[in-house]
Design a protein around this ligand. Structure first.
Ligand code: NDP
Length: 554
């Protein structure tokens, strides 16, 4: 009997297959025939290694904690030629009870197959979110080891999240042909678990755990969803569409079918198919299939989104910057012009010799806003509109149509709905407007000054958080008050613009409501961008400044 170098239970270092990395492992057993050791890594992974791939602990210089002994699964970067608790292994074991349920066996085997069949593909960073260094020390740095490939730059959590897309799960049929597989259990696999073994054409998703409640769940959904849809539609059709009027009267079966409607639907369907087939748009590769192939898909369904958000970040004709131009000039100045026209219209329609106090307040408040924007023109350069959004429908329509015609809504309202404002009330409204303006202007100026020159002596008293991008984050001053003090000021101003219109109708308050929704949504978008950009540093900022826009409320 050939001798073995390492004893069961001995703690040694085992090479991770396909790499030159050694991790602390425990010898579980030794197969004298194959001359393979079964070893267990610290994260529980079991592999069979050759004796050459095992070294005594003493032959290594001890690394700092968290080095080589960390989970090898974090470093899975190459296909294991050994078996990690191969499908045959537990079946060979006499420990397994013959009375174990077939279902459990299949589950167990499926799990094991998934564990061992990780075949690495060429790994690419996934979008910005992973390719960007985001403030957290990269895993390879934490481990004290140099990065070996792209994959090793991923964080553990990201790695596990993407593992199903990073690896192709390939059934290794040879595994199940191991001589010592119990023939009875082989039958189980062949009959009940046929999907597990039979093909390499199936997508990886088919080997995942069943979702939506498995078979019963899927069955109920398929039955229940159309029924629920009918219930909603039939309820809605009633004169009194109350959910309590249950069940709604059921139509005759013949009412449920109309050939013309079906024809229209088919037409719609095939028209979409035609659009889909048009040879426009880029062609990208989908996720790898189980056999490693990647199907090609033509993506042209995003045209609408691209049109909305804009593909071009900085469209220019020579030095004429279309977006920058539209952001400030035609829209904002147009807004002031429309306001002035409304002021004149009010005098004309209401036969006034002078505009109403309400109209003067609205006009002057909004004029101040526009003048401020033009005065601080440079500040526009650090806004999301310029730095992040393309020049598509959203900004073009917003700048050229929405701003001049919706932002002047209060003035328009006052033309036909006069509202007398007393001087004390006017004073309160002016105070509110000024309060909003101070917050808005100071917050924006502070950030702009800081972005322009982080070592500006005037800002030296402010605390900052260091981020790995090189840019720092203000954590005191206005930006330590809430995470978007400029939005707060802007919202207060918006309220002050509406108040001169009185409280008879909600229409003049449309702007405040719309603007609150816009800023909440905008804040969420910015939050996502900043989290991606600054990673842990942003989390730290969030902890320091927990409120987004309104202190102690939101
Ligand atoms: P901001 O001016 O608030 O800019 C957000 C960016 O500021 C972040 O992406 C980040 O970018 C930087 N930042 C965030 N937190 C900090 C911090 N603590 N320290 C330093 N930098 C930080 O965003 P908007 O472009 O949305 O708004 C600009 C102004 O325009 C606001 O006053 C807003 O109210 C107003 N506005 C008005 C609208 C209207 O219709 N009237 C519509 C939209 C906005 P980075 O770190 O990369 O510099």
């Amino acid at each position: 009997m050939p001798s073995r170098k390492f004893a069961d239970g001995e703690v040694v270092r085992g090479r991770w297959p396909g790499s030159s990395l050694y991790y602390e492992v425990e010898i579980l057993s030794h197969d004298s025939q194959s001359q393979l050791y079964t070893v267990k890594y610290k994260d529980g992974t079991e592999l069979e290694l050759k004796e050459n791939d095992i070294k005594p602990l003493t032959s290594f210089r001890q690394r700092k904690s968290g080095s080589t002994s960390s989970s090898p699964s974090r470093r899975r970067g190459s296909r294991s030629r050994s078996r990690s608790r191969s499908p045959g292994r537990p079946l060979r074991s006499s420990r397994r009870s013959a009375s174990a349920s077939h279902q459990a066996d299949i589950k167990e085997m499926r799990k094991e197959v998934l564990e061992v069949k990780l075949t690495p593909l060429v790994l690419k960073p996934f979008g910005n979110s992973l390719s960007r260094y985001n403030g957290e020390p990269e895993r390879t740095e934490r481990d004290g080891l140099p990065p070996r490939n792209t994959e090793e730059k991923f964080h553990l959590s990201e790695e596990s999240r993407y593992i199903s897309t990073q690896y192709s799960l390939r059934p290794r049929r040879e595994e199940i042909k191991l001589k010592d597989i119990d023939s009875k259990e082989e039958n189980i696999v062949a009959t009940k678990g046929s999907t597990l073994w039979k093909t390499s054409e199936e997508p990886a998703t088919q080997t995942k755990a069943l979702e939506f409640g498995g078979v019963p769940g899927a069955f109920l959904i398929m039955l229940g969803l159309p029924a629920f849809l009918f219930l909603l539609l039939l309820t809605c059709k009633q004169k009194e569409p109350r959910l309590l009027n249950f069940p709604p009267p059921l139509p005759a079966l013949s009412d449920l079918w109309e050939t013309r409607v079906f024809g229209v639907y088919l037409l719609w369907f095939f028209l979409q198919a035609l659009f889909y087939l048009l040879p426009i748009g880029k062609v990208v590769e989908g996720m790898p299939l189980t056999d490693g192939r990647r199907l090609k898909y033509r993506l042209n369904g995003n045209a609408i989104y691209d049109f909305f958000i804009g593909r071009e970040l900085n469209p220019r004709i020579g030095t004429f910057d279309l977006k920058y131009f539209c952001e400030l000039r035609p829209g904002l100045i147009g807004w002031v012009v429309v306001n002035l026209v409304m002021l004149l219209a009010e005098m004309k329609v209401q036969g006034r010799a002078a505009p109403s106090l309400a109209m003067i307040l609205v006009n002057s408040f909004q004029l101040l806003y526009v003048v401020d924007a033009l005065w601080n023109e440079e500040a526009l350069l650090t806004t999301m509109d310029i730095t992040h959004d393309g020049f598509g429908f959203m900004l073009a329509f917003g700048d050229l149509v929405w701003v001049p015609f919706i932002y002047s809504f209060q003035a328009f309202y006052l033309v036909h709905h006069p509202n007398e404002v007393s001087w004390p009330m006017a004073s309160l409204i002016i105070a509110l407007k000024l309060c909003g303006y101070v917050i808005f202007r100071c917050a924006n100026s502070q950030k702009n000054a800081f972005r322009k020159n982080p070592s500006d002596p005037k800002l030296a008293h402010l605390k900052t958080i260091h981020t790995s991008t090189g840019k720092n984050l203000l954590v005191s001053g206005w930006w330590g008050f809430v995470r978007h003090p400029n939005y707060l000021g802007d919202l207060i101003m918006a309220l002050a613009w509406s108040l001169p219109c009185g409280f008879k109708h909600i229409l003049p308050y449309f702007y405040v409501i719309y603007f609150a929704v816009l800023l909440v949504h905008r804040e969420a978008r910015d939050e996502r961008h900043c989290r991606r950009k600054y990673g842990l540093a942003w989390e730290k900022y969030r902890r320091h400044v927990p409120y987004r826009i309104i202190p102690y409320i939101y």
